[in-house]
Design a protein around this ligand. Structure first.
Ligand code: CTP
Length: 398
């Protein structure tokens, strides 16, 4: 999958550096060539010998290494790579990058190239949450760097929270996503997914049975064809795919704001099961049982995200795809829905309980476009997603 790709792997100084040894292995299993760079702090956690033995090549450590300079030069080192991966990316390395420092080999390599960079941050939770690190994160994102992790969990320092480096598997998926040479390379696609939760009070909410499986599968399939995917997801049961930009939201209104922020995009796929209504005035205190009778909930209509985006005068994605969950008269209802919303395609499915589709692993869809209705055979949600992603690629190419 990564055959012929060249990764420059910068190993920073953190306890997670040991995971980068495993990452080298995994990258090589996929056919990639890895050139390792070890910072001084990194060498306190893993030895140059283990890194070079695993990579099967010399590890680069010093900025002023005359032999290396004579052989290839540090500038060449980063420019010949397809991707620079910084794992672990410490708070210090992030700060240096954000400021443009070039006072050691790693920071010089990062500054001396416009090759894409992927960072896997790892640090103490307080360091991660510190405004300085968050500022640097934003600055690096604005400069075009991509991130994988950090994950939440217990840390070597005994604290709990975000700061653990992503696992080698996750970093590998993110690398594959960045290097994918598929037909959607260079295309930015927005995907909404999952249910929304509409609060009644601070502890109760109204939800629906969507697992988020179909939306996650679509995002994964688009990623695999090389798209840059922004994945706006409600509180779903399934984990979001690796290698996509995840924007977690709860309610329909939050989802709409996140979608607007994610635009512009070449295409939008709206797979979320958005609640049509929210409780008009959700209480900010827990509702109590009372002698005066049962609570009465009043509803207000939620924004129709698909409709709003489909009907945008400026900045509408070139292709807008909606989903239609129907329990009866699927084609008629979905065809009318396509017209009403103004989207280009509707992926319609029968979610009546007997089909077992909602929350299940299979789907049977009908693709409705201006060319009419096309029935796809019942198959796994992953396969439906692959087929849809290929159709999207063909439409965006044409
Ligand atoms: N959708 C949306 N925002 C909403 C409601 C729905 O973006 N507030 C999107 C869904 O993501 C899906 C499509 O609209 O792509 C259709 O969703 P569905 O629930 O089937 O349709 P509704 O508009 O809710 O119509 P109805 O409930 O009348 O069937």
């Amino acid at each position: 999958m990564l055959a012929g790709k060249h990764i420059l792997l910068i190993i920073g100084g953190g306890i997670a550096a040991y995971k980068s040894l495993e990452l080298i292995r995994r990258l090589q299993d996929q056919g990639a060539r890895v050139t390792p760079v070890l910072t001084r702090a990194g060498a306190e956690f893993v030895t140059p010998l283990s890194v070079s033995a695993l990579a099967g090549t010399a590890v680069h450590q010093e900025l002023f290494d005359l032999t290396a300079e004579a052989e290839m030069g540090h500038i060449q080192l980063s420019r010949s790579a397809d991707l620079l991966v910084v794992a672990p990316a410490t708070a210090d390395l992030m700060a240096k990058m954000a400021q443009g420092f070039a006072n050691d080999l790693a920071s010089t390599l990062l500054l001396a190239t416009d090759t894409p960079v992927l960072l896997a941050p790892a640090m103490n939770v307080r360091m991660w949450e510190h405004p300085a690190t968050q500022r640097n994160l934003e600055a690096l994102k604005a400069d075009g760097a991509s991130f994988v992790g950090p994950n939440e969990g217990s840390m070597a320092c005994g604290e709990f929270g975000p700061g653990r480096m992503a696992e080698p598997d996750e970093i590998l998926a993110a690398i594959s996503a960045k290097l994918a040479d598929g037909p959607l390379k260079g295309k930015r696609i927005l995907v909404t997914s999952g249910p929304t939760h509409e609060p009644i009070d601070p502890v109760r909410y109204i939800a629906n049975r969507s697992s988020g499986a179909q939306g996650a599968a679509v995002a994964r399939a688009l990623r695999d064809l090389g798209a840059e995917v922004v994945f706006v997801t409600g509180p779903a049961e399934v984990r979001p795919p690796e290698g996509v930009q995840v924007v977690p939201v709860e309610s329909a209104r939050e989802m709409e704001a996140a979608v607007q922020q994610a635009l512009p995009a070449d295409a939008g796929v709206f797979a979320a099961a958005v609640a049509d209504w929210r409780v008009a005035s959700a209480s900010d205190r827990k509702l109590k049982k009372s002698k005066d009778g049962l609570p009465v909930l009043e509803f207000a209509e939620n924004p129709d995200i698909l409709k709003t985006v489909s009907q945008m005068k400026k900045g509408r994605p070139g292709l807008v795809v909606g989903f239609a969950a129907e329990t009866n008269d699927v084609i008629e209802n979905a065809t009318a829905k396509r017209k009403r919303k103004g989207c280009d395609w509707i992926v319609a499915n029968d979610v009546s309980p007997a089909t077992g589709i909602m929350g299940g692993s299979e789907n049977a869809v009908i693709l409705i476009s201006d060319e009419g209705a096309e029935e796809w055979p019942r198959t796994g949600k992953d396969e439906v997603a692959r087929k849809l992603a290929e159709r999207i690629a063909a439409a965006l190419a044409g």
